[in-house]
Every structure is written in structure tokens, then in C-alpha cells.
Write a protein that binds this ligand. Structure first.
Ligand SMILES: [Zn+2]
Ligand SMILES: [Zn+2]
Length: 171
């Protein structure tokens, strides 16, 4: 969703939209969903544009250690100060960078491409480790047995790296 600068003023403008999975190119293929529901509130403040975003998405993915399908639901919110890239590059530009605690990002030209910020935020919000349960024992990297349902005779701590199961799949 693209917002023209003239649509933004010193009063909050609110936009509801859906981001379609296939348009999110940076997100790893392991995360599947149809669309995510987004809300953006934009307001012009001291030469920058303040973006308050919320989104909700339920993704199908796999447990990092045993590869069982799991769904991950995210309901998140974020604040960003958007600064025009060109005015930021000029040292004499009248943009104030002291814009409170929100992070700073950039826009180009006369348009705010909202999907970029929501996709970047989704990438930031992804859990570092996705497990089907706290107790998941994963797949034995040595013999391939699912340690949740079967046991094997390999050493207990063989390849304790949580990404080893995925690494094996990809090679
Ligand atoms: Zn698991
Ligand atoms: Zn084993």
C-alpha cells in the first residue's frame, strides 16, 4: 500500500490494508500465510512522518528442531519516524533527528511504501527459535529418528544445535 505525502497532515490519517504473502519477498519461504492485516496511522511531526503500525498474522511454519508443522501468531505494534532520504543526506537539511524513542527509517520521493516497513518489522518480530513445545527433543541429527516419538542409541547431546535438523534438510 502506497500513501502519497499530500495524504498525510498534522492530524492522524489511518489506513487499514492487507499485505499478501507473495508480495513479501524478504521473508523466508518457511513461513506460509495468505495475508496479514495491517493498520497504519500516519502523522506529520517536525519534518518527519510518524508511523504507528499494528499488524496481525498467523503463519504456518515448522518446528525448528523436529519439523512438525506449527502455527505462529503475531499481534504486534511498532513506531517509526520516517525521514525523507534526500533531506537527510543534506547537512543543511532542517530535519530534526531528536524525535523521541521511535526508530528512524527512510522514504524516497513523494510516497510512503507502507509494505516495506511492515515486512521489515515482521522480520524483526519473528521468534528466534520456533518449537512445537518447550520439551521438543527434535530429530536426531545422527540417525534421523524423531526423538519425541522414538528413542535411539545415539549420544544424547549429539548435534545440539537447534538449526542442525534444518541444515540437514537443505543439503
Ligand atoms: Zn518439535
Ligand atoms: Zn539417533
Amino acid at each position: 500500500m502506497n500513501i502519497k505525502l499530500h495524504q498525510i497532515s498534522e492530524r492522524v490519517s489511518k489506513f487499514d490494508f492487507q499485505l499478501v504473502r507473495k508480495d513479501l519477498l524478504k521473508l523466508d519461504d518457511r513461513f506460509a500465510f495468505d495475508s496479514m492485516a495491517c493498520t497504519a496511522e500516519l502523522i506529520e511531526k517536525r519534518g518527519a512522518i510518524l508511523l504507528y503500525g499494528t499488524y496481525s498474522v498467523e503463519m504456518e511454519t515448522n518446528c525448528n528442531t523436529c519439523l512438525k508443522p506449527v502455527s505462529v501468531k503475531l499481534d504486534q505494534e511498532f513506531d517509526l519516524n520516517l525521514i525523507n532520504e534526500e533531506s537527510y543526506a543534506e547537512p543543511e537539511g532542517d530535519v530534526e533527528i531528536s524525535l523521541g524513542s521511535a526508530d528512524v527509517d527512510f522514504y524516497r520521493g513523494q510516497e510512503i511504501v507502507l509494505s516495506e516497513y511492515f515486512e521489515d518489522q515482521l522480520l524483526l518480530d519473528l521468534p528466534f527459535s520456533i518449537k512445537c513445545s518447550q520439551e521438543c527433543k527434535g530429530i536426531c541429527p545422527n540417525c534421523g529418528v524423531n526423538r519425541n516419538t522414538e528413542s535411539c542409541r545415539c549420544p544424547e547431546n549429539y548435534g545440539n544445535n537447534p538449526f542442525s535438523a534444518l541444515g540437514d534438510l537443505e543439503h
